[in-house]
Design a protein around this ligand. Structure first.
Ligand SMILES: Cc1cc2nc3c(=O)[nH]c(=O)nc-3n(C[C@H](O)[C@H](O)[C@H](O)COP(=O)(O)OP(=O)(O)OC[C@H]3O[C@@H](n4cnc5c(N)ncnc54)[C@H](O)[C@@H]3O)c2cc1C
Length: 461
């Protein structure tokens, strides 16, 4: 229980301003970016250094208080919605220092509350590159990115957050600081604890420091826009590009509804009668970039693109990527509620998955825009609705269930990048075996016997 004496102890530890129990503060941390019911916590606390973060975790365990650690709350799966009104939200935005950027050994050491874009800019200022680029990077934190294994537009060539995590130091539920990984390129000392912590969504430990790999930036890049009158042709082109042994750094698509909505929003001159747009970028050595761009453009034409253009300068490149960046804001302004999902299928199944989403939309009479990462099969069906309309929202929930069932039937996965949280925990047994789920539950109860760390997420209650 959160007793007055515990609040007093927390205030002595963290300072009065970092222990928040007003209704306004508690309601502010009762929801995140997922469209789910909010749950108001009893208390919100903000440790501002490593030691006090560890102490808060052990105090929660000793007093049997469930805790949900929160970066910026941009996750789309309910990972930071408290599991019950009895509990605490622990903010990490006070631990926001970049502790080291090592230019000789190409790594950085950060605290979990560092905002992703701030980090990427600090690294770029040193002539280095941190590729993971979630669409939310202007706000999301590195701790949240690691806890969700966030991906982004560059995932196809550069991978996702897990590919850059060299080590994670985390507080276990008893308040012990556990160190994993190293500053070396190779490290096989013992269990891969860092690997276990990636995508653990705050359920196994609380990150204190993260060691991230950095890479040199590409010397050149070229962006292209290909227009298709048929989604299957666009998808075939994606497979053909990969089969040609070209790995673009980015390979995205927009469906017809999204193209029309973006055009209506930004008037960038997109072809509103196109069934699909592919937005493609290659990067690397200048000569290689030119050769790959030429190959891609002729492949697009050969496989039925009605037009394909390459950006000739930075302005044209920015226009291409603005069309992709505008997809979500353009769709989101159509209705009060935006349900952004991330059903993911093998690349070759994109047309089948899109057809399934469109027919689910028709069946429930819902407006759904589809865009996403064509290169890795990670689709973002975006359902536009009004959550206050109970009848309509009931249909949305059924539609989302069916979208995931279809993704699994096509040998896909529940989440390419948004995590499981509360939103998809009920589907876990549809994707992983009973034994696998049992193993995960066993792991959770071994590491957190009293269910203190973000209970109810991923594997349910
Ligand atoms: C507009 C928009 C665009 C998005 N685009 C993308 C995208 O392109 N790719 C993508 O992958 N995601 C995307 N997301 C989802 C979201 O931004 C990511 O999941 C991001 O990684 C969450 O970071 P956060 O700091 O907001 O974490 P939060 O939402 O605060 O937390 C996420 C999870 O991490 C846990 N956590 C946070 N800090 C710690 C810590 N120190 N220790 C242990 N666990 C911790 C939390 O308990 C929670 O389970 C998008 C979201 C929005 C709203």
């Amino acid at each position: 229980m959160i007793t007055p004496s515990l609040i007093k102890e927390l205030k002595a530890l963290l300072g009065n301003d970092n222990v928040m129990d007003s209704e306004v503060d508690r309601v502010s941390y009762s929801y995140d970016s997922a469209v789910l019911e909010s749950v108001v916590p009893e208390l919100v606390v903000r440790p501002v250094n490593s030691e006090t973060l560890g102490k808060v975790v052990s105090l929660c365990n000793e007093n049997r208080i469930p805790m949900t650690v929160r970066g910026s709350g941009t996750n789309l799966s309910g990972g930071t919605i408290p599991s019950s009104t009895h509990g605490m939200v622990v903010l990490t935005n006070g631990l926001n220092k970049i502790l080291e950027i090592n230019e000789d050994d190409l790594y950085a050491v950060v605290q979990p509350g560092v905002v992703t874009a701030t980090f990427a800019a600090a690294v770029a200022a040193k002539g280095l590159f941190y590729p993971p680029d979630p669409g939310s990077m202007a706000v999301s934190t590195l701790g949240g990115n690691v806890a969700e294994n966030a991906g982004g537009l560059r995932g196809l060539k550069y991978g996702v957050t897990k590919d850059y995590v060299m080590g994670v130091d985390f507080w276990d539920v008893n308040g012990n600081l556990i160190k994993s990984g190293s500053r070396t390129v190779k490290c096989v000392t013992g269990y891969n604890l860092g690997g276990l912590m990636v995508a653990s969504e705050g359920t196994l430990g609380v990150f204190d420091q993260i060691i991230l790999k950095l890479v040199p930036p590409p010397a050149a890049s070229r962006a292209m826009l290909a227009v298709f009158d048929n989604m299957a042709k666009a998808s075939e082109t994606v497979s053909a590009i990969i089969a040609e042994k070209i790995v673009p750094c980015t390979l995205e698509f927009l469906d017809n509804f999204t193209i029309r909505t973006v055009e209506d929003y930004s008037r960038a001159g997109l072809p509103t009668d196109a069934e699909a747009l592919l937005l493609i970028e290659v990067d690397g050595h200048p000569a290689q970039v030119e050769e790959e761009a030429q190959k891609i453009m002729s492949l697009c034409t050969r496989l039925g693109a009605s037009s394909v253009t390459a950006a000739q300068n930075a302005q044209e490149k920015a226009t291409i990527w603005q069309a992709r960046r505008d997809a979500l804001p353009a769709l989101a302004r159509l209705k009060p509620t935006t349900v952004l999902e991330d059903a993911t299928v093998p690349r070759s199944q994109i047309p089948a998955m899109i057809a399934a989403i469109q027919s689910i939309g028709k069946k429930y009479d819902l407006t759904i825009g589809i865009f996403g990462h064509a290169g890795d099969g990670n689709l973002h069906p975006t359902i536009l609705c009004d959550k206050r309309d109970k009848k309509e929202f009931g249909k949305v929930e059924q539609a989302v269930d069916e979208i995931f069932e279809h993704a699994l039937a096509l040998k896909g996965t529940l989440s390419g990048e948004h995590g499981i949280g509360i939103a998809k925990s009920k589907f876990m047994e549809h994707e992983v075996s009973r034994a696998t789920l049992g193993f995960c539950r066993h792991l959770k109860t071994s590491l957190d016997p009293h269910g203190i760390l973000n209970p109810g997420k991923i594997i349910g209650g």
